[in-house]
Structure formats: structure tokens, C-alpha cells
Write a protein that binds this ligand. Structure first.
Ligand SMILES: *[C@@H]1O[C@H](CO)[C@@H](O)[C@H](O)[C@H]1NC(C)=O
Ligand SMILES: *[C@@H]1O[C@H](CO)[C@@H](O)[C@H](O)[C@H]1NC(C)=O
Length: 686
């Protein structure tokens, strides 16, 4: 009797508690429901209006920390789709995930009338999407205390998840996927690592998070290797060549970067700060060397997020993507801020300079070092839009080549699969031991912006929802993914429109670059062949490369070069040098570095250290090399560079910082430049 009583009592208590927490979560949900937006009911098909929640969720009262999130749930999900929550993070640091929500993987795009329109390629059809502005201070999030290190961003995000699941307890068993871009290549491995640790040290009453996998697009994961890809990538893409008047200077900068990296002794991100000043300058110099002063003012500079586009100088991509000019005023409308439940109305900037300035990550190791442990437990997909310069695919493939995970180094089979999505060749894939690399053709830094449907099927790579075909006489080995809702095919149909034109992989490009650089060092520029010159990644060109064709191209090319040269000379005659897009440090004078010899020395170094671990190679090279008598060619020059780096660093560093001369948050909602100037890593739109 007593027993029954106590059991009943317990049950009753449980009922009261659960109904109370249910009520609690429902109350929260009411507060965060989003049901109106400009254009929502006029532009979006009725059965496509997603179920939405969003607002500034309080994490810590003490310092008034609130993270803004926007959750999209398909109101008409396909029956075969499992319950899944995809957290999406943009980069910066300090750039808002509203980029992802309103220009990339979310269900809406914003039109010129500042209304939402429908993106039928939205990822929310493959799982709930939750876009989060983090760390606090980013986008619509706010705080009185900014994060300095990546560990803090992890704690903050775990606290966010705790609050999130209080509101959505029904989601707690969902599969969790993290997806994002650019500097999120640091955030995501850090958070994933935090979740895996949490799952092993659960506190009373906590449930493990069902972390399923990671998807990182054009991620800034390994700053060193990625910086060293700028020149090889630009050369292979035909952005620069050795006939450029600045070619030797570019090679020199590449050298300096390699030198600086060799001299890094620690393994914290901060140890890379000086190197990254020097290394990021490679990109700045490439943009300056390829400046076309004869073009229209809005097309003088390469867009660093998509080299097939041009932008005004010195923006070089900062005005891109075009949707941004609608998104910014849309998010700054009072009505919209009301619709998305803001409790603190805030001017939305794409990127917050303040967040970037605080998040120096001085005590954080680069995320690439977290990958091996993560890969022991979950699959990771690293994908790169092939037109991006700033976080290009060559850099990603190159650091993977040196990465040691699950029992081997790099991909043991470096031959890529062709990737076919919906019967079209969409890229190439390498996949082994839980790590998948995808080169997405015809895409920029923001892959879902260019390719919503194709990018959505990347989720299938995590799921194993794809088919593989071995190579045969007619085609390469192939991985096939399918449009949403199409189940894995049982009978494979023959694939059409597969071009057989080979696209050089990142590792091939790095290999030929090293050779090419040293050959241009010793021989004249005329004789050298630019590797991968025809590789221009446009796989859909099916014209044949007859030799006649090639000759015409060479002639055209020579004419263009002569024209550009002539224009350049004319300008030189009438004007002084083009004004620098670099905030020049105190030591802007030219250096006399024996770069050619150094380059050969590097090759030697590379060969010598091939059999060492990744760590040794990246961080201890200089020390080791020292014992072999290796020194930078000119110690004084070298130190000079470091001083310059320090100096720039004080002004808040970053590629964008070099380009935009302003440092403070600007008043204009349309201007992203002030905000995005400070972040120390490839930022903006990321
Ligand atoms: C969205 O795309 C699917 C196929 O992928 C199609 O069946 C559907 O009609 C499209 N919806 C709209 C509103 O365009
Ligand atoms: C890969 O990931 C799975 C989980 O998806 C895990 O069970 C496995 O141990 C991992 N490691 C290897 C070497 O595949």
C-alpha cells in the first residue's frame, strides 16, 4: 500500500513537473514565434511558409548576454526525412548568420522591395535550420562582455543549446549537424569538440547531444597552409601569371610568409598573428598586382570571394553579394525587427568589428588540430566553392594532405571521384576514414548562394545517402547524389553530360607551383609554362582543345598582355604609383631578399620533413632547420617585417582591414566596411 502510494505520488510529481516544463517551453515558444514578415504571405507559396521561431535568447543575466537565433522548420516535410537540426554559423569573426539565413541556405531571399521571396533550394527542407548570431555582439546578439578566446565561444554556444532545448524539448533527440562557412571553420570544430566532451561528462539529468556530423564550407581552418595557397591558386586560375610586373614581388611575399611560418614556435592562434600579417599580404598584393585601372570603376579589382567577378577598388569583393544591399535595409526596418521578436532593437551590421577585435583567440590552437580527434567519432565534410580566392580549395586540399587522422596521413587514394548531382557534374570528391573533401564547381566563397540545390545535397554525403560507381573505360570513379526526396537509386541510369576534361586538384596545383616558381626564378619568364592555365574550373565548356584553338588563345592572350602593359605604362607615365590599398606600416620600403635561393631551400625543407608528423612540420621547422644552418636570407629584413606585422596588428588586422581604411563602426546601415575592417581572419560574408 505504502509502495503504491509513493509510486503514485512520484508519478503525480513527474506529471506536474513535465506539464510545468511543457507549459514553460510553450510559453517561451509563444514569445519567439515568427508569423509575419514583409512579403511572407504574398510571395511565399502557402504550403511553403515555414514554421519559424526567433529572437534574442537570454544566456546570462549577469552580463546581459543574449544570442539571436532564427529557426526554420518545413511545414510540409517529406516523409522520408528524419528529424534533424542543422545549426548554421557564419564566420568573420563577428559576421552575422543572417547572411546564411537570407542569402544562402535559408528559405528566404530578400528582394529590392525589402520583402522575403522563396528559395526553393533551402536546406530547411532537409532538416530544421537554426541560424545563430554568435559570439555575442554579432548581428542581433548582444552582451556587455565580449569573448576573447574560442573556448569562451564554445561555452557560450553550449549554454545557448541548453536554453534552446528548454524551449524545444521535442528536438533534443534530433540528429545535430553543424554547418557554416569561412571563420566558422574555427567555430565549428571547437563547438563539436565541446559537445563531444560534454557527452562524455554528462551532469545529472543531462542528455547527450546526438551530434551527427559537420559541414564546413570554404573554412578558415589551417591559417598557415591556407595562406600558402594564395599564389598557387591564383596562378592556376589564371588570375596572375609570371608576366605580371609584380610577379617577383608576389613570389617574394610568398617566401616571406613561408619564412614567418617556419619561425612560429608555439601552437596557439596568437603565434600565427605575425605570420598572418605577412601571409595575408600575399592576397593583398595579388589584388593590387591585378588591378585594372583601365576598366570601369566598378570592375577594376578581382572579387576575392569569386574571381570570375570584378568589384570596385579597393572593395575587391566587399560590395558582394548583390543581395546584401537589400538584406541590410530589410533587417534594419523597425517592423522587421519587431516581427523577429527583438527585445533590444539594434542596428544590424553584416559584420561587427568589435567582436573581431575582442576575439583574438590568443590562447586557442588552430582548429585543424582538433580535427583528428573529432574524426574518430563523427564524419566531417569540408567543401569549397572553387572560385573563392580567400579560402580557396587548394589550401584546403593542401592541409588535408598533411593531416594525420584515423591511422594515416592525407587521403591514401588522392584520385578524386567525379561528383554527379541530378545528372550533372558538380565537382569532385575525395573521401576516406570519415573525412570528405568536396570541390564544388562554379561556386564562390558562399556556396549555397550560388548553388542552393547542389549544396543541399552535401548533407547526403554525411548521411551516406549517395551511390558510388567504380571507374570504367567511359568515366572516372563517380559519387552520385540526388535531388531532395529522391531516394537512393537502385538501378543507376547512365550519366549524361560528363565531361572528361581533367580539372587539376589542389594537391596537383601545389605540386606544379613549387616547380614553376623555381623555374621562373632561374629561367626567363618567356619559356615557362603556367601550370593549370587551362584549368579554369569551368567544367561545362565542352569545346575541344585543338592546337589551333590553343594558338589562337595564346595570340589573344599576348595581345591582351601587350594592351594591358601599354595601358599600365601610360598610367605610369602620367600618374604616380597606384595608391596603396595596404595600410602601410612604418617600414614600407622595399626589401632585398634572396628569394630564389630561399625557394629552393624550401623545397629542400619540404622534402626533408615529409616523413615527419604534421605538428613537427608546421611548427618546429624553423628550430630544426636552424640546426641545419637554415636562416632567412636576410635577418634584418625579416625582423623588419615582423615589426611591421606588430604594428599593423595594433590597428586590428585582417585582409579586409588592409583594404578598408576605417576602423570604427559606421553609421550607415548600408556600409559594411567599417564593421568588417577589424576581424583578423578572412571575414565578411563568411
Ligand atoms: C520546388 O522544387 C521542387 C523540386 O525540387 C518542385 O517539385 C516544386 O514544385 C518547387 N516549388 C516551387 C514553389 O517552385
Ligand atoms: C567514423 O565515424 C563513425 C561515426 O559516424 C565512428 O563510429 C567511427 O569510429 C569513425 N572512425 C573511423 C575510422 O571510421
Amino acid at each position: 500500500m505504502k509502495l503504491i502510494h509513493s509510486v503514485l505520488g512520484l508519478l503525480l510529481q513527474l506529471l506536474v513537473v513535465t506539464s510545468a516544463s511543457l507549459k514553460e517551453s510553450n510559453k517561451l515558444k509563444d514569445k519567439y514565434l515568427i508569423s509575419t514578415l514583409p512579403g511572407l504571405h504574398s510571395n511565399i507559396p502557402k504550403d511553403e511558409v515555414p514554421l519559424m521561431f526567433g529572437g534574442q535568447l537570454e544566456l546570462y543575466k549577469e552580463n546581459n548576454t543574449h544570442l539571436f537565433f532564427w529557426k526554420f522548420q518545413d511545414s510540409n516535410p517529406l516523409p522520408q526525412y528524419k528529424k534533424r537540426t542543422i545549426f548554421w554559423l557564419n564566420g568573420g569573426p563577428g559576421c552575422s548568420s543572417m547572411d546564411g539565413a537570407l542569402m544562402e541556405a535559408g528559405p528566404f531571399r530578400i528582394n529590392e522591395h525589402r520583402e522575403v521571396t522563396f528559395n526553393n533550394g533551402s536546406w530547411h527542407k532537409a532538416g530544421d535550420m537554426v541560424f545563430v548570431d554568435q559570439p555575442a555582439g554579432t548581428g542581433f546578439s548582444y552582451t556587455e562582455e565580449y569573448d576573447h578566446d574560442l573556448d569562451q565561444t564554445v561555452w557560450q554556444f553550449l549554454r545557448f543549446m541548453e536554453r534552446f532545448y528548454e524551449m524545444f524539448p521535442e528536438d533534443i533527440d534530433n540528429e545535430i549537424v553543424f554547418a557554416g562557412e569561412s571563420y566558422a571553420g574555427q567555430y565549428i570544430p571547437y563547438i563539436a569538440n565541446g559537445i563531444l566532451q560534454r557527452n562524455k561528462n554528462l551532469k545529472e539529468g543531462e542528455k547527450p547531444y546526438n551530434l551527427k556530423g559537420l559541414l564546413i564550407g570554404n573554412g578558415w581552418i589551417d591559417p598557415n597552409e591556407q595562406s600558402l595557397s594564395y599564389l598557387p591558386f591564383s596562378l592556376a586560375a589564371g588570375i596572375v601569371n609570371n608576366k605580371n610586373t609584380e610577379w617577383n614581388d608576389l613570389l617574394r611575399q610568398h617566401e616571406k610568409c613561408q619564412n614567418a611560418i617556419n619561425s612560429i614556435s608555439g601552437d596557439k592562434l596568437d603565434d600565427f598573428a605575425v605570420a598572418s600579417e605577412i601571409c595575408e599580404e600575399i592576397l593583398t598584393k595579388i589584388l593590387r598586382a591585378t588591378l585594372d585601372k583601365g576598366a570601369f570603376s566598378d570592375a577594376q579589382c578581382y572579387n576575392m570571394y569569386d574571381y570570375t567577378l570584378k568589384d570596385s577598388f579597393p572593395s575587391c569583393g566587399m560590395n558582394w553579394p548583390p543581395d546584401l544591399k537589400y538584406v541590410t535595409p530589410f533587417l534594419n526596418e523597425k517592423d522587421v525587427q519587431h516581427d523577429i521578436n527583438l527585445i533590444l532593437f539594434k542596428k544590424w551590421h553584416e559584420c561587427s568589428g568589435k567582436v573581431g577585435r575582442f576575439l583574438r583567440a590568443k590562447n586557442s590552437i588552430p582548429a585543424v588540430k582538433l580535427l583528428p580527434d573529432i574524426l574518430k567519432e563523427i564524419p566531417v565534410v569540408l567543401f569549397n566553392g572553387n572560385r573563392d580566392i580567400i579560402c580557396n580549395y587548394v589550401g584546403t586540399e593542401n592541409f588535408i594532405k598533411k593531416l594525420d587522422w584515423n591511422g594515416a596521413t592525407g587521403f591514401e587514394n588522392d584520385e578524386p571521384y567525379d561528383w554527379i548531382y541530378d545528372n550533372e557534374k558538380s565537382g569532385y570528391i575525395k573521401t576516406e576514414r570519415n573525412l570528405t573533401f568536396v570541390n564544388v564547381f562554379d561556386s564562390s566563397h558562399m556556396v549555397p548562394f550560388d548553388k542552393p540545390y547542389v549544396s543541399r545535397s552535401l548533407i547526403d554525403l554525411l548521411d551516406g545517402n549517395f551511390d558510388m560507381k567504380a571507374a570504367d573505360k567511359s568515366q572516372n570513379a563517380t559519387i552520385i547524389t540526388y535531388p531532395l526526396g529522391v531516394r537512393k537509386a537502385v538501378e543507376l541510369e547512365p550519366i549524361q553530360s560528363v565531361t572528361t576534361k581533367p580539372v587539376p586538384t589542389g594537391t596537383e596545383i601545389i605540386g606544379s607551383f613549387t616547380q614553376f616558381a623555381s623555374s621562373t626564378a632561374s629561367s626567363g619568364p618567356e619559356e615557362s609554362k603556367v601550370p593549370g592555365e587551362e584549368s579554369d574550373s569551368d567544367s561545362d565548356s565542352d569545346e575541344e582543345d585543338t592546337s589551333l584553338n590553343r594558338i589562337t588563345r595564346i595570340i589573344q592572350f599576348v595581345v591582351v598582355v601587350i594592351l594591358i602593359w601599354g595601358i599600365y605604362m601610360l598610367y605610369n607615365a602620367y600618374k604616380s604609383r597606384p595608391s596603396s590599398i595596404i595600410k602601410s606600416g612604418p617600414s614600407g620600403r622595399k626589401k632585398n631578399v634572396q628569394w630564389a635561393d630561399q625557394l629552393r631551400q624550401f623545397q629542400q625543407d619540404d622534402e626533408d620533413s615529409r616523413d615527419q608528423g604534421f605538428l613537427a612540420k608546421t611548427f618546429n621547422k624553423f628550430k630544426r632547420a636552424g640546426t641545419r644552418g637554415y636562416q632567412p636570407a636576410n635577418e634584418d629584413d625579416y625582423l623588419d617585417e615582423i615589426e611591421m606585422g606588430d604594428n599593423l596588428q595594433q590597428q586590428a588586422e585582417g585582409v579586409d582591414d588592409f583594404i578598408i581604411d576605417s576602423d570604427e563602426e559606421g553609421p550607415s546601415p548600408d556600409s559594411r566596411s567599417p564593421d568588417s575592417s577589424a576581424p583578423s581572419k578572412p571575414n565578411n560574408s563568411s
